[in-house]
Write a protein that binds this ligand. Structure first.
Ligand code: ADP
Ligand code: MG
Length: 208
């Protein structure tokens, strides 16, 4: 028996005024896979994952996460999802550690010290915990964004263009970390406009 899909997108469309950004997409993401959503700029990748993450409302169609509707059961589905956005979005007045603790607070959680250490170590940010986020390099900021998305231990992690504008070395280490997450049971969905990234990293690729 195959497990039910972790994310199920059925006939989803999104129109902005007269413009159709996403047009009747069907997609199932399987438990424990790395799925790449591949498409050029403007294809609707960010729009689609924003709908799954509950940041945008679909014009038509339904999305379920772990069997629950993302509109009706948004509290449940948001808890199940971690989203690493395309754009960096930090409070410039917080330190690395505060950024992670505040993020947990948004989910009504108190970040356990052990969990904090684990995230900082895995993302190679332990020595930067007391630094202001303004003082981080671009690569460190990108790693902290991933850390923020993981504080509530989501079942599914969405990475929107995780390596756009990232140097080769960081790209390699991010890919390795994505594989580690998958090995621990996290389902990963990433968007990319690099065919090479989709091919090398993903178990399955969907073209949009
Ligand atoms: P991708 O992430 O694949 O590059 P996006 O989902 O960001 O694509 O955008 C898909 C299309 O929808 C683009 O043409 C974009 O300009 C348009 N779009 C995205 N967000 C909005 C919005 N809030 N209002 C109007 N158009 C939008
Ligand atoms: Mg995008």
């Amino acid at each position: 028996m195959t497990a039910p899909p972790v994310v199920s997108i059925q006939q989803v469309s999104k129109r902005f005024k007269g413009f159709t950004a996403v047009d009747g997409v069907d997609l199932d993401v399987r438990d424990g896979e790395i799925f790449a959503l591949l498409g050029p700029n403007g294809a609707g990748k960010t729009t689609l994952i924003s709908i799954v993450a509950g940041l945008l409302r679909a014009t038509a169609g339904t999305v379920t996460v772990l069997g629950k509707d993302v509109v009706r059961d948004y509290r449940f589905t948001r808890r199940a999802i971690g989203l690493v956005p395309q754009e960096l979005n930090f409070d410039p007045f917080l330190t690395v550690e505060e950024t992670l603790r505040f993020q947990a607070g948004y989910f009504g959680l108190r970040l356990a010290d052990a969990r904090l250490e684990e995230i900082l170590t895995a993302l190679d940010l332990a020595s930067k915990r007391g630094e202001n986020t303004r003082a981080l390099s671009g690569g460190m900021k990108r790693r902290l964004l991933i850390g923020k998305a993981l504080v509530h231990e989501p079942k599914v992690l969405f990475l929107d263009e995780p390596t756009a504008g990232v140097d080769v070395e960081l790209r390699r280490s991010l890919w390795a970390y994505v594989r580690t997450l998958r090995a621990r049971g996290t389902t990963v969905v990433l968007t990319t406009h690099y065919l090479e990234e989709a091919e090398e990293l993903a178990d399955r690729v969907g073209v949009i």
